[in-house]
Design a protein around this ligand. Structure first.
Ligand SMILES: Cc1cc2nc3c(=O)[nH]c(=O)nc-3n(C[C@H](O)[C@H](O)[C@H](O)COP(=O)(O)OP(=O)(O)OC[C@H]3O[C@@H](n4cnc5c(N)ncnc54)[C@H](O)[C@@H]3O)c2cc1C
Length: 439
């Protein structure tokens, strides 16, 4: 039996869900329940796992448990990019083959999500606008963007190269030196998408929200204990991302980081005109640790995602968030000098889970337990495909993408704490300093 020591405790400031109409979550679990399957965690991974199980086993009962309201975890509070090509790829044959696998998996995830969005008319501003991968400095252009462009050539993937002037014409901000635009990435409101997926689950899935699991017992099948009751089933798919270690899996192998994002108020018509450029775009930074992710949403808000911190406690204070908002306002002012009056309306914290070797926590991890965790900060696509494939694996359903997923390896062991903390903080500090021109 394992007791859960850290429960999800996200702040209630997620701008993506605050700007949506109110939604009534499904009731919390308040009884003793038996099912054929349990899926734990209703982010992209758990939602895909539950939907896929329901498709594969229409006569079996699936229980999906979520500690918070759907859309309030990381899946509803990210930057809203479904990424189809890796941010940065290497040029060796092995790395290129790895990139091809990444692309096959990501595209399958995007197709799966696109079908659900269309079939259930999920209003999440889903748009296949692609994304800009942008460098601030000439050095960032030479050291990151030019190699990325070469690798996209080697992979025979379409892209556009934009110099400063072309980029200003498309996004309005004069801040960037150059960018590579890839056309296959999708932008959306991730809270709206997550909610929409949860609210359109097949009938044989029962979703319990605000239902935190406090204990797991795996002696005879799986039994999960919650404050209001329990669920027992022969099999479990664990989709709790960075919380997996709380259930006894991938201990000492997963790294949790806090990431922070802000949304401005909508621009007025005059401000939108002053910004110029096109509507509805997304930009990722050449250096994801030091740089800033930006979006202009369909309703003319600007998103800023900036700063990573080591976050093993999975908690950040409101005072810290207030300080981050000031940093984000300064980032905004530097990038959008033509919008001096635009203020930030929402700032929130979320957590990403990484492994040292960027491998996912995927596969059968115990007799009755399958995992789809550790999405390495690209969980919209990686979480979706991991959840779907975990369900196929658990059902014994052949899927050619399983080989791609399994070839990604498994998370390697980390050094023990406190050496780990010192190492990670030193690495983050070095990365931010080394790439300071990209901020
Ligand atoms: C600011 C920010 C920006 C990001 N930008 C992007 C982006 O643009 N594109 C992208 O692909 N990724 C992005 N990410 C990463 C992405 O959000 C994650 O990779 C993704 O959400 C992981 O999905 P998941 O389903 O595996 O995990 P999660 O979304 O974390 O879902 C796991 C769920 O398990 C639940 N849970 C945990 N413990 C328990 C328990 N004891 N009982 C019950 N439920 C439990 C949690 O509440 C949670 O909802 C970003 C993340 C952040 C924070």
């Amino acid at each position: 039996m394992a007791k859960v020591r850290i429960l999800p405790g996200d702040d209630n400031s997620n701008g993506w869900s605050r700007i949506l109409p109110a939604r009534t979550p499904q009731p919390a679990l308040q009884s003793e329940v038996r099912a054929d399957w349990i899926v734990l965690g209703a982010g992209f991974a758990g939602l895909a796992a539950a939907r896929r199980l329901a498709e594969q086993r229409p006569d079996e009962r699936i229980v999906l448990l979520e500690a918070q309201a759907v859309g309030e975890g990381a899946s509803g509070r990210n930057s809203g990019f479904a990424i189809d090509v890796p941010h940065n790829v290497g040029s060796s044959l092995a790395e290129l083959e790895g990139s091809q696998r990444f692309i096959r998996l990501s595209r399958a995830a995007i197709d799966y999500l696109a079908r659900a969005v269309e079939a259930h008319a999920i209003a999440c501003q889903w748009s296949r606008r692609g994304k800009y991968h942008a460098a601030v400095s000439p050095r960032g252009k030479a050291e990151i963007l030019e190699p990325v462009a070469k690798e996209l050539d080697a992979l025979r993937l379409p892209y556009r190269w934009l110099d400063h002037e072309q980029l200003v014409a498309e996004i309005g901000s004069p801040y960037f030196h150059a960018a590579v635009h890839t056309p296959g990435d999708v932008l959306m409101n991730p809270a709206a998408l997550t909610r929409g997926l949860a609210d359109s689950l097949p009938d044989n899935v029962t979703l319990y929200e605000r239902s935190p699991v406090r204990e797991i017992d795996r002696d005879n099948g799986v039994r999960l204990t919650l404050p209001g009751g329990s669920v027992a089933a022969p099999k479990l798919i664990l989709a709790t991302n960075g919380f997996a270690a709380q259930f006894g899996f991938f201990r000492g192998r997963l790294l949790n980081f806090a990431a922070f994002a802000s949304l401005t108020r909508p621009l007025t018509a005059a401000e939108r005109a002053a910004l110029g450029g096109e509507d509805d775009w997304g930009l990722t930074p050449a250096n994801a640790i030091a740089g800033v992710t930006l979006r202009l949403t369909q309703d003319h808000r600007i998103l800023i995602r900036q700063r990573f911190e080591f976050g093993p406690s999975l908690r950040r204070s409101d005072a810290h968030r207030a300080a981050i908002r000031r940093d984000h306002q300064a980032c905004f002012a530097a990038r959008f000098p033509m919008l001096p009056e635009v203020t930030i309306e929402h700032t929130w914290t979320g957590y990403v889970c990484l492994s040292r070797n960027h491998a996912p926590g995927f596969g059968q991890v115990a007799t009755n337990v399958y995992a789809a965790v550790c999405q390495n900060a690209v969980g919209v696509t990686k979480g979706t495909i991991a959840g779907l494939l975990a369900a196929d694996l658990a059902c014994g359903q052949d899927n050619p993408l399983l080989a791609d997923m399994q070839s990604l390896g498994e998370p390697v062991a980390l050094p023990p704490r406190p050496f780990l903390d010192l190492g990670v903080r030193a690495w983050l500090g070095w990365e931010v300093w080394r790439a300071r021109a990209e901020k």
